[in-house]
Each structure stands twice: as structure tokens, then as C-alpha cells.
Write a protein that binds this ligand. Structure first.
Ligand code: HEC
Length: 109
């Protein structure tokens, strides 16, 4: 049995963790996902099929380096998914989807 004191301590740490983040200049979800975070999201959510450079083509996925979709089209596709590509709605937030959609543009030659 975990003592109530330890539980309180743990809860306090969690609350302070959240509060600290929101007290900073940017409110939560205001659109600043760093490039490193975008890359991390891409690696976790996309490279399985598209590969590190967008060209893997696993699960019949198209080569992202020759994709001509606009940013809006990419955001919609990533949000809702298509065919075997899983949508990220409810998994990534809007800012994260936007950041990943921008991130993959670097694969174009
Ligand atoms: C399970 C494999 C899979 C995963 C994971 C996946 N995709 Fe896809 N992706 C596909 C497939 C398959 C298509 C083709 C969909 C179609 O047109 O039917 C596609 C299409 C696309 C396209 C459109 C390319 C074009 O020009 O037609 C983009 C952009 C894209 N994916 C980006 C992403 C991003 C960003 C992620 C991560 C959030 C991701 N994909 C995760 C399989 C995947």
C-alpha cells in the first residue's frame, strides 16, 4: 500500500509540472512545435510506412519526395487519413499535425 503522503507528493509534482508549462509566454497549443518535436512525431507516427526520407513506400504508401499536395491538403490527409494511412485526429493535436505536414516538405527535391 502506498502511503497517502507519497501520493500527495506525486500529485503535487504532476500539478506543478503542468502549471509551470502554462505559465510560460505561450499558452498551450498556440502553434509552436519545434522542428525537433516535428521530427520526433514524424519518426514515431509516419516513418514506419514512409521511411526516414519519405521514400520507403511501405504499405503501398506514396513517395513523399514527389508529392505535390499543398499544406492544407496534407493537413487534411494527415488529420483524417486515407486508405491504409491512419488519421491522426484525436492522437496528435492541430499544431502537431500542422508541424508534421510542414516537416515532410523537406523531402521534396
Ligand atoms: C500505415 C502506413 C502509413 C502511415 C503510418 C502513414 N502513412 Fe501516409 N500514406 C500511406 C498510404 C497508403 C498513403 C496513400 C493513401 C491513398 O492515397 O490512398 C499515404 C499518403 C500520404 C500522403 C499523400 C502523398 C501524396 O502526394 O499523395 C502524405 C503527405 C502522407 N501520407 C503523410 C504521412 C504522415 C505525415 C504520416 C504520419 C503522421 C503518415 N503519412 C503516416 C501510408 C501511411
Amino acid at each position: 500500500m502506498v502511503s497517502p503522503r507519497i501520493l500527495l507528493l506525486a500529485l503535487g509534482t504532476v500539478l506543478m509540472g503542468c502549471g509551470g508549462g502554462q505559465a510560460s509566454d505561450a499558452p498551450a497549443n498556440s502553434g509552436t512545435v519545434s522542428d525537433a518535436q516535428a521530427r520526433n512525431l514524424y519518426v514515431r507516427k509516419c516513418s514506419l510506412c514512409h521511411g526516414d526520407d519519405g521514400k520507403l513506400g511501405a504499405s503501398k504508401s506514396p513517395d513523399l519526395s514527389i508529392s505535390t499536395l499543398s499544406l492544407e491538403e496534407r493537413v487534411a490527409l494527415i488529420t483524417y487519413g486515407k486508405g491504409t494511412m491512419p488519421g491522426q485526429r484525436g492522437i496528435l493535436n492541430k499544431d502537431e499535425i500542422d508541424a508534421v505536414a510542414r516537416y515532410i516538405e523537406r523531402f521534396r527535391e
